[in-house]
Design a protein around this ligand. Sequence first.
Ligand code: TRP
Ligand code: SF4
Length: 438
Amino acid sequence: MVVINPWGSSQYEDYRKLMEQFGIGDMSRYIDMLPNPPPIFRRSIVFGERGFNSILGAIRRKDPFVILTGLSPSGKMHLGHKMVIDQIKYYQKFGAFAYIAVADLEAYGARGVPLKVSERIAIEEYVKNYLALGLDPERFQVYFQSKRIKVLDTGYFFSRFVKWGEMEAIYGFNSSYNMAHIMAPIVQIGDIMHVQLEEFGGPRPTLVPVGVDQDPHLRLCRDVAERARALNFMPFDQGIMITASQEGRDLLREVERRLKEVGYSDLDVNVPYGVIKVFGAREEDEYLIERILIEVQRGKCEMAMFKPSSTYHRMMTGLTGGKMSSSKPETAIFLTDSEEEIWKKVMNAITGGRSTAKEQRELGGIPERCSVFEIYAYHLVEDDEELMKIREECSSGERLCGPCKKEAYQRLSELLREIQERRESISEKEVKEVVSYE
Ligand code: TRP
Ligand code: SF4
């Protein structure tokens, strides 16, 4: 399958740079291996990953994996937020359960939002829309950071492995920051890791689908998960190397036995050095090896868990340029917008069109710089060929912005009308069933 990149130069380059600078993996290399990937995967909207390998391993072996993501209860839910839900729906089809954290402590700490306000926004805006968007209610749960003691416990435990200098380096913290800010990333580690506690289903691959702005948290969390384990692994030129800390060394014979049991025979075991080399093991073996290491550590090493995996999606461009933001209504289309609002916002949106129709017919538009085209690509057109046709019509000058916007408006208002109708029919009982207060 070809990966379609509907974006041109500038934006694409920005993401490229980001990936290189921080070592974010290219999601497109997994697309061919995923069964029926939805449009946002095919179009490189979900563009980056860390450790997605483990998730693919679990999908392929039909093993359990879990989704954990969080929402910042800052206002209304807009089209940009819908992208995470589209991804969760896809993973639910493989049986994954999704936990969604309401970051109410973070919102209080960073912006002084009272917990009651966060709760109201979470229920009225997010939970109801999640149900309306068709998340499988059997397979997700929304919880509050402030109400789940295990989140704080887990963050506290893992914070043993975080040094202050690291916090300064990653987040730019200094002595003028208040402690709520400093605790937020620790609480987020608690969110991400607590789903692997026994009472939340035990250790299993965990995927965190987020916008790329959350990557610093994921980097930290993955490092810390590694430090908390007695057994780790890394690739080397001839295979995969398993390394044991001092406490982990007496587990290596058991690891060896387990590896042989599943068919890895070419091993070099060196207990005094705390190393096992698994010759010939490749990337696709990592999931199974990680699972064995965690199983062997259980009972001995309480916090031995899978390193969380993440995927990153592009941020939608705001309708007025800049960022799409809940706090600036003119930049975003909200899921609860009325037809008049949608009309007004689409008509005022920044496009990649030319200043006159004549010029546009001659030179063509620039869909890569058009917020309306982005809405088509992210939300309105399922079929890849149809999308490419719109794109070509635009850049060849055949399509003019007026009619193009009208079409976008029509499709969008139909989509949102359906969501809003479903939303109206949701009962209190249905909401209660997917919200946890502990
Ligand atoms: N920090 C996230 C934001 O600003 C919200 C969040 C809290 C989160 N906990 C999380 C995201 C865990 C992903 C996973 O949007
Ligand atoms: Fe954007 Fe459509 Fe205008 Fe092209 S024709 S620039 S896609 S609004």
